[in-house]
Write a protein that binds this ligand. Structure first.
Ligand code: APR
Ligand code: PHB
Length: 394
């Protein structure tokens, strides 16, 4: 079967779903292809930190009802070094900007439900296999559903297909360079059925390694531990995880509540990106073009910022007949990507155990925390990056 539309979108993660809604808002048609099932996409446990920009975009699209009811607004974050906690108050340091905690899978569920309720085209279990004609004004996406071959004939292709998608390899060869940094540690993450022991996130640098206490709801907590790269989850029974978390997050007069672990997983820590996110009529967005380590909570927000620029550029093409913004898409999007790479790398270096206490790196970390204790400017710099710099400010 042949489907015809203006924008063919590959991937129904945050990048693909936000792009579809932003385009619809501009009266631009699209078809979304997603290789996995709806159940699979909506059950993946991912991060849950929404920057101010993301909150504003969801509100602007009229998709924030459940977010505003069930999400939690956070005005600050705690950074801890060897048991001493420092709070960074966002509101006063950023002129009122905030973050919200709301799971990525809830975001995806809200966007998917609304899209399907409005008869938007979205094919699950449909794997894009090839993109053709990106140097022409009518590219084609070939896909397979239930063993049958189909095509989407469109005017633009948005590859929102994540790190392992076909978008990046379909760019014109030699049109980009690649950057890749692998960290010598991973995160072991749990979702636990226990009320959070904190109102605001705690990132902790401890001689035993990094730990993070995040939240999902009044009853569900999300926590992470720095572990070795070759870690086997079987070596981490629940008791060991809780014991390690309570040691690494400890501070005077506070204790960590434990509870049943309902989900356990490993996340590798890496920075990966390409330095050109488009070729002809093919545009990449989100994880397809860049991965950041999760320490700054930037992954999903960056994907959404990309497609905000892309939707506006496609909108300018159809409404004003100009392709200047399309030509500049990669240049503009990459400014924020580099900012997020730098901030995520800074947070990763600040908070993880690299070498033993007493090493040069340890003294640098300790010095940064001492500086943070006295410097409003240093805290403000962390705060404004953490809540996200305004769209179009970079
Ligand atoms: N055909 C169709 N769909 C595909 C194909 C393909 N060939 N390849 C990949 N996909 C789908 C994946 O199944 C996935 O659902 O593309 C989607 C990409 O979604 P994400 O991986 O979530 O990437 P993105 O939308 O860029 O969001 C980035 O979400 O995944 C987190 O950590 C990530 O926070 C970051 C953010
Ligand atoms: C999460 O809640 O899953 C989360 C929060 C902050 C991060 C990473 C993950 O930096």
């Amino acid at each position: 079967m042949v489907y015809r539309t203006q924008v063919g979108i590959i991937g129904a993660g945050p990048a693909g779903m936000f792009l579809a809604h932003l385009l619809k808002n501009l009266d631009i048609e699209c078809v979304i292809l997603e290789s996995k099932s709806r159940e699979y996409v909506e059950s993946r446990v991912r991060a849950g930190l929404l920057e101010q920009n993301t909150i504003d975009i969801m509100k602007g699209l009229g998709l924030a009802d459940r977010l505003l009811q069930e999400g939690q607004v956070h005005d600050g974050v705690n950074l801890s070094f060897e048991g001493e906690r420092l709070r960074i108050p966002f509101r006063e340091l950023t002129g009122g900007r905030q973050i919200m905690i709301y799971g990525q899978r809830e975001v995806i569920k809200d966007l998917t439900d609304d899209w399907l309720a409005r008869q938007g085209s979205l094919f699950f279990a449909s794997e894009a296999t090839r993109i053709e004609g990106i140097e022409t004004s009518h590219p084609t996406i070939h896909f397979i559903r239930e063993g049958e071959n189909h095509t989407v004939e469109c005017e633009f292709v948005a590859a929102c297909d994540g790190f392992h998608g076909i978008g990046r390899t379909s760019l014109q060869s030699g049109s980009y360079s690649r950057f890749s940094v692998e960290y010598p540690f991973s995160w072991l993450g749990i979702l636990a059925e226990v009320p959070p022991s904190t109102d605001e996130l705690i990132y902790s640098n401890h001689p035993r390694g990094f730990a993070l206490h995040s939240l999902r709801s009044e009853k569900i907590s999300r926590l992470y531990l720095q572990v070795e790269n070759d870690t086997n989850l079987a070596d981490w029974p629940d008791d060991r995880i809780w014991e390690e978390l309570s040691q690494r997050l400890a501070t005077d007069g506070w204790s960590l509540q434990s509870g049943p672990v309902i989900e356990k997983g490993l996340t590798p820590m890496r920075s990966h990106m390409i330095n050109h996110m488009q070729s002809g009529r093919l545009f990449l967005a989100g994880d397809a073009a860049h991965i950041v380590p999760p320490t700054g909570g930037k992954g999903m927000n960056l994907a959404i910022a990309d497609v905000w620029h892309l939707a506006n550029a496609v909108g300018a093409f159809y409404k004003k007949g100009t392709d200047i913004d399309l030509e500049r898409y990669s240049t503009v999007a990459l400014r924020r990507v580099w900012r997020a790479q730098e901030f995520s790398s800074f947070m990763t270096d600040l908070l993880h155990k690299r070498d033993d206490p007493g090493s040069f790196n340890y003294h640098l970390q300790r010095s940064r925390f001492r500086y943070l204790r006295i410097s409003r400017h240093y805290a403000a710099s962390i705060a404004e990056n953490y809540v996200g710099l305004p769209l179009d400010s970079l």
